[in-house]
Design a protein around this ligand. Structure first.
Ligand code: 6PG
Length: 476
């Protein structure tokens, strides 16, 4: 029997969809699942694609049916199960075979797995896959990390299944070891910020302007035809317009305001902090989810503190809606600038040489944060790949200048009305801090020197490490 080009372990929804996508694009694939019933069911339902699929019930049979060096995608729950699966697989593999972890792994686990395999002759790919179930089935964005030679073995298959933006495949090899999973983590961090900001605008429209879910859906629908055109705005319109069949009220009003999280947003923030990069909009988004989960406490606090009185809504509703649209765009620029700054720092820290224009390019289709905006980011980074921050590129500095006034007005309205807008306001504060040549940390340095003799730099360059201070313990 003709051998398969690639193998896949784990026939959950993502694994099944990815397998069908691989088969549909003309690649022969061997599949294996811990429970053989799932493999049988998957194969039985594969229809016309059966001819491209080799269903296997033992690991031995599975490995034998793949053309060496064997690329094997592992699409199972992140964490320990991946290590266990790798251990179970190892005895059947030969030198050069490539285990590919396609889950949302912490890149530090990916680095560790690389290290563990270092002397075994086996290789590893840490692969970020974005786009949810639909993406996996019809074209995800794929972020690959590993040895370049491993990438060359899988390039053709992955290119065939990836999303395409103007015929350009949304897949790329981004660097050694943990590069792919790191970039996927930051993709998710930006996704958190994007979602939080959209939700904050939704809150202003719902609780500030008193608009219904369907009306807000309508507004998002309009924005989706403009500069905010994106998958997340598009699905926000759809979900806001959906009706609950049980209560016949808007579906979104029937959902408890408590958001879950599986860890990638938090890892983005932790790594940003580790590397000393300010990723405040992503931090605000993660904190927003944490606060959302404290529903009972919030209800108790509302009973004790009450809610502030709403500020008077701007009279010119059309102008305010335009402000909200521009505010979202401005804040989005802040969040993306921060995400890219984290990746740039990680590139240096881990020696990855991450290609910023390529990352923006492969996020233009397939992934959850896909948008027209990412095409503009691709152009900005292509023109200036080593720029310190997206917001100082000519195109984006111009956009910030055009929109930050709107963000300022929206954040002011939210603050005066007591409507929480932590991600929008943190993006605004980030712009204001980043663009101000003379900040206020001179006072912090003075305080640090006063109580801890930490010393400071003088603006005139004079070499005088401490004080003197007028009173207190440290007299210089
Ligand atoms: C994607 C998504 C996907 C998943 C995340 C969401 O890019 O396809 O980001 O990876 O939906 O796990 O993360 P939370 O469950 O933490 O929101």
């Amino acid at each position: 029997m003709e051998q398969a080009e690639i193998g896949l372990i784990g026939l959950g929804v993502m694994g099944s969809n990815l397998s069908l996508n691989i088969a549909e694009k003309g690649n022969r694939i061997a599949v294996f699942n811990r429970s053989p019933e799932a493999t049988r069911k998957f194969y039985a339902e594969a229809g016309d694609l059966q001819g491209q699929i080799i269903p296997c019930e033992t690991l031995e049979e599975f490995v034998e049916s793949i053309r060496p060096p064997r690329p094997i995608i592992i699409m199972i729950k992140a964490g320990d199960p991946v290590d266990q699966q790798m251990e179970a697989l190892k005895p059947y593999l030969s030198a050069g075979d490539i285990m590919i972890d396609a889950g949302n792994a912490n890149f530090r686990d990916t680095m560790r797995r690389f290290d563990t395999l270092k002397d075994s002759g086996l290789t590893f790919i840490g692969m970020g896959v974005s786009g949810g179930e639909e993406g996996a089935r019809h074209g995800p964005s794929i972020m690959v990390g590993g040895k370049e030679e491993s990438w060359k073995r899988v390039d053709k298959v992955l290119t065939s299944i990836s999303a395409k933006f103007n015929d350009e495949p949304c897949v790329a090899w981004l660097g050694e070891n943990g590069a792919g999973h790191f970039v996927k983590t930051i993709h998710n961090g930006i996704e958190y910020a994007d979602m939080q900001m959209i939700a904050e605008i939704y809150g202003i429209l719902r609780d500030g302007l008193g608009m219904s879910a369907a009306e807000i859906g309508e507004v998002f629908g309009k924005w989706n035809t403009g500069r905010l055109n994106s998958y997340l705005i598009e699905i926000s319109e759809t979900v806001l317009k959906a009706t609950d069949p049980v209560s016949s009220t808007p579906m979104v009003d029937m959902i408890v305001d408590r958001a879950g999280q599986k860890g990638t947003g938090k890892w983005s923030v932790i790594e940003a902090q580790n590397m000393g990069v300010a990723a405040t909009a992503i931090e605000a988004a993660v904190a927003g989810r944490i606060l959302s989960s404290q529903k009972k406490e919030r209800e108790e606090a509302e009973a004790i503190l009450g809610l502030p009185t709403l500020a008077e809504a701007p009279k010119d509703r059309a102008a305010f809606l335009a402000d909200l649209e521009n505010a979202l765009l401005a804040a989005k620029i802040g969040a993306y600038a921060q995400g890219f700054a984290v990746m740039s720092a990680a590139s240096t820290e881990f020696g990855w040489n991450l290609p910023m224009p390529t990352i923006a390019r492969i996020w233009r289709a397939g992934c959850i944060i896909r948008s027209a905006f990412l095409d503009e980011i691709t152009s900005a980074f292509t023109k200036d790949p080593d720029v310190a921050n997206l917001i100082v590129t000519p195109a984006f500095s111009q956009m910030v200048k055009e929109t930050d006034g709107a963000l300022r007005r929206v954040v002011s309205y939210a603050a005066l009305s007591g409507l929480p807008a932590p991600a929008l306001s943190s993006a605004l504060a980030y712009f204001d801090a980043y663009r101000r040549g003379r900040g206020t940390a001179n006072l912090i340095q003075a305080q640090r020197d006063f109580f801890g003799a930490h010393g400071f730099e003088r603006v005139d360059g004079l070499d005088r490490p401490h004080g003197p201070w007028g009173s207190g313990l440290n007299q210089g």
